[in-house]
Design a protein around this ligand. Structure first.
Ligand code: FES
Length: 234
């Protein structure tokens, strides 16, 4: 049987007989690709794959998946596990104020009446709630998620039961139970996160949404009465 000599018509098997090359070479021959062209294409594909992986890595670095981590919405406990208290009855992690390390926040749960004294009313009070991220619950109690960091130079601010307020140990900045500035070098009130409840009543803190715009209050904006306690730095 005569073997065809037209390159484009050779089968891989015919190529084997003629050249002793492998099936890959036969395919190259069949498709009219030189080895140089083939290598160029292979290098191009490899560079393309590496480029896609590098781009994906860069995007991950820029937009990491923070689900459940600080910087995202963090579900905490059911609100029934944060018993509320009136303004002068707070006790850290027992009633009124609770520290949550996952959200780097203090959860305030304030009950109306008794020693709770609002300094604003009507539209002014409602506007204050909105400006300072208060959440008014269906039972009439009030919630806040306060970021733990002092807005002066970044120390962690403890809540002090004996002061009925937050007192920074570094330079003495002092904040009311709702994070409003009282005295000291801090330039504004404590920052606070957006918070909400899910359908089953779990407290959710959106640590990706930080309100850093609550100024030192004056008589027209201060929401809560001041504690009226002299609070030492330590
Ligand atoms: S860091 Fe808190 S008062 Fe300076």
């Amino acid at each position: 049987m005569a073997i065809q000599t037209d390159r484009s018509d050779r089968t891989p098997q015919e190529y084997e007989l003629l050249t002793g090359g492998g099936a890959e070479s036969a395919e190259l021959e069949h498709k009219g690709l030189s080895r140089r062209q083939f290598l160029r294409r292979a290098v191009g594909v490899t560079i393309g794959i590496v480029g896609v992986e590098a781009t994906a890595g860069a995007l991950y670095m820029l937009y990491p998946n923070l689900k459940g981590q600080f910087g995202s919405v963090i579900p905490l406990k059911n609100k029934s596990l944060y018993p509320g208290a009136q303004q002068k009855e707070f006790a850290l992690d027992e009633k009124g104020m609770f520290y949550e390390s996952a959200a780097k926040s203090y959860i305030m749960h304030l009950l109306p009446g008794g020693s709770t004294t609002f300094l604003l009313n009507g539209t002014d009070l409602q506007n204050g709630f909105v400006a300072e991220n208060w959440v008014v619950d269906s039972d009439g109690s009030y919630w806040l998620a306060l970021y733990q960091v002092c807005v002066h130079l970044g120390c962690k601010v403890p809540f002090r039961d004996d002061c009925n307020s937050f007192k920074c140990p570094c330079h003495g900045s002092h904040y009311n139970i709702d994070g409003e500035y009282l005295d000291g070098p801090a330039p504004r009130s404590l920052d606070r996160f957006a918070m909400s409840f899910d359908k089953s009543g779990v407290v959710q803190v959106d640590t990706g949404k930080l309100n850093q715009r609550v100024e030192r209050p004056d008589v027209s904006t201060r929401i809560l009465n001041v504690p009226g306690i002299t609070c030492s730095a330590s």
